[in-house]
Design a protein around this ligand. Sequence first.
Ligand code: A3P
Length: 314
Amino acid sequence: MEGQRANAEDELILSSLPRERGWAIPDLFLFQEFWCPSILIKEVNIFQKQFQAKESDIFVASFPKSGTTWLKAITFSIVNRQRFSSIDNHPLLTSNPHQLVPAVEFMYRGDVHCPTTEPRVFGTHTPFPSLPNSIIGQSNCKIIYICRNPFDIFVSAWIYFDKIKLEPLSTLKIEEAFEMYCNGIIEFGPWWSHILGYWKESMAKPSKVLFLKYEDLKEDVNFEVKKIADFLGFPFTQEEENKEVIASIIKLCSFEKMKDSEVNKSGIIYQFLEKKYFFRKGETRDWKINVGKVKLELEIRGERVKLELQIHGG
Ligand code: A3P
């Protein structure tokens, strides 16, 4: 009876929200200014109201397709390097990074378990303003955000979401998807406010939020891994550097190693996501702009500015 009433209330709330088709999930609802997949809306709500962050918690936050899997693997390896000093039997060889670092939203669906060892490392795609108070203000937990060139996110997302899309969704044409993307309509979109929310907080509280770029990791992963370790309070010692601990973490988490690992070649996580699809090319600038229009919406010094660019030439 109680359950039925709760379901009816959920339906009532959903029916009042703007709704669009998603790229992989049939319905997205504009919930707290972001396009939340219908299958996670209740979970995000519970996460906001009930999650109690611990001081030592770590959150790997990102917009989908920005390099979440890579950053989860790196973060897990850094903070657990004393427990798993031998790379030969490291948990990343038997589990996908999303199983070791579960997305909090999916935890509330019962798809994954809460980490039992501290520091607990979680993933999240929830935009910064929608995070629970216990993460934002009340605890000293840390957030690492990874952002990526929006064109690369677009290409990666268009290919990925098409592979995992749920019935009865049809394939989005690339033009159609781009139009939706420019209007912010994509799972957890708009991407620009997602990035801005975390970026602003990283400026206001640099010891709380570390803002990283996928492209920087590609360019100098050694430097970025050290930066992450320092930020999290797990700096590498000179002895560890001499023993090439950083290099072994980088190798373990590299695109080639993860893509070729048996554990990531088959099987699903979160009940419907095929693990192999998390690894495609792992490159930057996998796109080219031809002649056409690009619409951008930016926030510059607090003002929202809409730009429409006409690109001439290839
Ligand atoms: P591409 O589709 O451009 O290849 P997310 O983990 O947020 O879903 O992002 C997925 C993107 O990160 C995909 O990009 C994927 O190939 C890339 N990726 C996954 N693991 C990686 C790794 N270890 N190193 C670099 N890129 C990785």
